[in-house]
Design a protein around this ligand. Structure first.
Ligand SMILES: Nc1ncnc2c1ncn2[C@@H]1O[C@H](COP(=O)(O)OP(=O)(O)OP(=O)(O)O)[C@@H](O)[C@H]1O
Ligand SMILES: [Mg+2]
Length: 512
C-alpha cells in the first residue's frame, strides 16, 4: 500500500498580486487526523481549496490515491473521495436543513425530488454518527453548532473518505466542540482521513496524529503530535513565543453608559427568550457575558443594538432612551458593535478594505467635506488601520472578499474600536484570528477601556471572558444567574452558573 492517499508537492498559487501559497507541501495518510496550522492569511484555506478543486494550482502537483490529477474541480474532487467543510458556512438560510443537505444532489423520482428517499438517506447518517440535527427546521432557526453538523452531514452524504474541516470549532462552544470531536473520532475509526484546520492549539494537540505548519505561504514542516508541544508549534508558526496575559488595569470607572432595565425579548428558540434581564455597563470597564451559546446572548445584543424588538422594559444609552430605536439612530447615540457574524452584519464584501473601514462614518468629516469625499483622509486612515491591526495583505484597495477569515475579522474590529464610541459591544471579537492577532485585539479592548469606553464583551471562550473582564455576568435561559468580580471567577463557579446555578441543579436532581 502507498504511504499517502494525498500528496501535494511544490504547490504555488497566486491571486493577482497576492502570493497565497509560495511553496505548499502536504501529505495525508489513510485513517489519520492531520492538522494544518499557521497565522491568519498564511495559505491554509487556499491549500485545502486547491485540494478540493475550487481553484486551479499555478504549479506543483496533486496526487490522490497514487494518481496525479491534472484537472480538478469540486465535482471531480468528490469523485476522487475528497470533501470539504468550509470556514464560512455556505448554507441557505431560507431553506430547511433537509433541502440544504440535498441541494445540488437531489435524488429524483421522475422529474420531482424524492424527499422520502432523501430523508431516509440522511437519517441513516444522522443515526450512524449520532448527530443532533433537526431536518425540518429552517437554517435561520438552528444554532451555529447544529449548522456545523449539517455541513458535515452534507459532506459525508457525498460518500467521501477524505474530509477537510476548515476551522470547524471557531464558532462552537466547548460543549459543541466535544460533540464534534466524538463525531470525528467515529469517522477516524471507520478509516476516514481528516484534515483539521484550527487556531486552537489545545484542540490540535488533542485530536491530531500529525501537524503541519505554514508561515506566509510557505510550508514549515510536519511533526508527530506525540513529539511536539504547543510551545514548539507556536515558534514554528510565528518565530517567537506569545503570551496571552493581559496586564489588566483597574481603571476608575465612571458613570453608566448602558443600562438595560428588566427587558423581555422573544425568540424562536425557547432557551433564548429573554425573561426579565437588567444590567449596566460603566465608563471604563469591561463587562463580560458568560453563558452557553443559545441562552439569550445574541438576543440581548440584538435588543440593545436595535435589531430585535424589546417587548417590555427599556434600554438607556448615554442617558437617552434608545428602546426599539433604529440601529442607525442607536449607533449615533454612541454605540460601536463588533457583530458575531462578520459576513452577514460586519462587512460588505463587494467593497474595498478601505471603504469597509470607514463604512459607517462615510458621510461624516473628515471623510466627507460638504458634498466632496475627502479621498486622502480616508486612505490615510485605512493605511493606519492596516498597520495597527496587521491586516494582510496591506493593499487596502482590495475587496474584503479577498481576505482570509482572520484578516476579515481584523477589519471589523479595527473599524469599530477606532470609532471611540462610549459603548463598545464586542461579540466573539477574536473568532477565527490567530494567536498574534488575539493578542492585538485583546490589548485594543484594554486600551479602549482605559480611554473610558464601556465594553460589553460576549465570548464563547471562558478564558477570554475571565482574562479581559472586570465584572462577569452569567446568563442561563434568558435570565441572569449570577454576577462575579473577575478576580473571584473561575471555570468552575462560572460553569455552575452557566448551567443555571445551584437551584437549577438541585431541581434537576430531584426531578430525575
Ligand atoms: N479569492 C481570493 N482572492 C484574492 N486573494 C485571496 C483569495 N483567497 C485568499 N486570498 C489571499 O491569499 C492569502 C491566503 O489566504 P487563506 O485564506 O488561505 O489564509 P488562511 O491561512 O486560511 O488564513 P485564516 O486563518 O485567516 O483563515 C491571503 O493573503 C488572502 O488574502
Ligand atoms: Mg482560512
Amino acid at each position: 500500500m502507498r504511504e499517502y492517499i494525498v500528496e501535494m508537492n511544490h504547490i504555488v498559487k497566486s491571486f493577482g498580486e497576492v502570493r497565497a501559497v509560495r511553496n505548499g507541501e502536504f501529505t495525508l495518510r489513510k485513517g489519520e487526523v492531520h492538522s494544518l496550522i499557521g497565522e491568519n492569511g498564511t495559505g491554509k484555506s487556499t491549500m485545502m481549496k486547491l485540494l478540493y478543486g475550487m481553484y486551479p494550482i499555478d504549479s506543483g502537483e496533486i496526487i490522490i490515491n497514487g494518481e496525479k490529477i491534472e484537472k480538478l474541480d469540486p465535482k471531480s474532487a468528490i469523485a476522487h473521495g475528497v470533501g470539504m467543510v468550509h470556514q464560512e458556512f455556505m448554507l441557505v438560510n431560507d431553506l430547511t436543513v433537509l433541502e440544504n443537505v440535498i441541494l445540488g444532489f437531489e435524488p429524483k423520482k421522475g422529474l420531482t425530488i424524492d424527499f422520502e428517499k432523501a430523508r431516509k438517506d440522511i437519517q441513516h447518517f444522522i443515526d450512524r454518527y449520532q448527530m443532533d440535527i433537526q431536518l425540518d427546521k429552517k437554517v435561520s432557526q438552528i444554532s451555529v453548532g447544529e449548522a456545523q453538523r449539517v455541513e458535515i452531514i452534507k459532506t459525508l452524504m457525498r460518500g467521501v473518505d477524505i474530509i477537510i474541516l476548515d476551522e470547524p470549532t471557531a464558532v462552537l462552544t466547548p460543549q459543541e466542540t466535544r460533540k464534534l470531536f466524538e463525531i470525528l473520532a467515529n469517522l477516524k475509526a471507520e478509516g476516514k482521513s481528516l484534515v483539521f484546520i484550527s487556531h486552537k492549539l489545545n484542540e490540535v494537540m488533542e485530536i491530531s496524529d500529525r501537524i503541519s505548519v505554514m508561515r506566509q505561504g510557505q510550508y514549515m514542516g510536519t511533526v508527530d503530535k506525540d513529539k511536539t508541544s504547543p510551545l514548539e508549534l507556536t515558534k514554528m508558526m510565528i518565530g517567537r513565543e506569545v503570551f496571552l496575559n493581559i496586564d489588566k488595569t483597574y481603571s476608575k470607572v465612571g458613570g453608566k453608559v448602558l443600562e438595560v432595565k428588566d427587558i423581555w425579548v422573544s425568540s424562536l428558540k425557547e432557551t433564548s427568550k429573554i425573561r426579565g434581564m437588567s444590567l449596566h455597563v460603566n465608563e471604563g470597564e469591561i463587562v463580560g457575558i458568560a453563558g452557553i451559546d443559545g441562552n439569550g446572548q445574541s438576543e440581548l445584543i440584538e435588543a440593545i443594538t436595535g435589531l430585535r424588538k424589546v417587548e417590555k422594559g427599556s434600554v438607556i444609552l448615554n442617558g437617552q432612551d434608545i428602546t426599539n430605536k433604529k440601529p442607525r439612530a442607536i449607533r449615533e447615540t454612541g454605540l460601536a458593535h463588533i457583530p458575531e457574524n462578520r459576513n452577514t452584519r460586519g462587512l460588505n464584501h463587494t467593497m474595498s478594505i478601505e471603504d469597509n473601514l470607514i463604512a459607517v462614518e462615510i458621510d461624516k468629516e473628515p471623510y466627507t467635506k460638504g458634498i466632496m469625499m475627502n479621498v486622502d483622509a480616508s486612505s490615510k486612515y485605512a493605511e493606519e488601520m492596516v498597520k495597527q491591526f496587521d491586516i494582510r495583505p496591506t493593499d487596502y484597495k482590495l475587496p474584503t472578499s479577498a481576505l482570509s477569515g482572520g484578516n476579515a475579522q481584523k477589519v471589523v474590529v479595527a473599524r469599530e474600536v477606532s470609532m471611540n464610541k462610549k459603548l463598545l459591544i464586542a461579540s466573539q471579537p477574536t473568532r477565527g484570528v490567530d494567536i498574534g492577532a488575539i493578542e492585538t485585539i485583546r490589548n485594543t479592548l484594554e486600551i479602549a477601556k482605559k480611554k473610558g469606553t464601556g465594553v460589553l464583551l460576549v465570548s464563547a471562550e471562558l478564558e477570554e471572558i475571565i482574562s479581559l473582564s472586570d465584572r462577569i455576568i452569567v446568563i442561563h435561559e434568558g435570565r441572569i444567574t449570577g454576577e462575579l468580580a473577575a478576580n473571584e471567577a473561575n471555570e468552575n463557579n462560572l460553569g455552575l452558573l452557566m448551567m443555571g446555578g445551584e437551584d437549577e441543579l438541585e431541581k434537576g436532581e430531584t426531578e430525575s
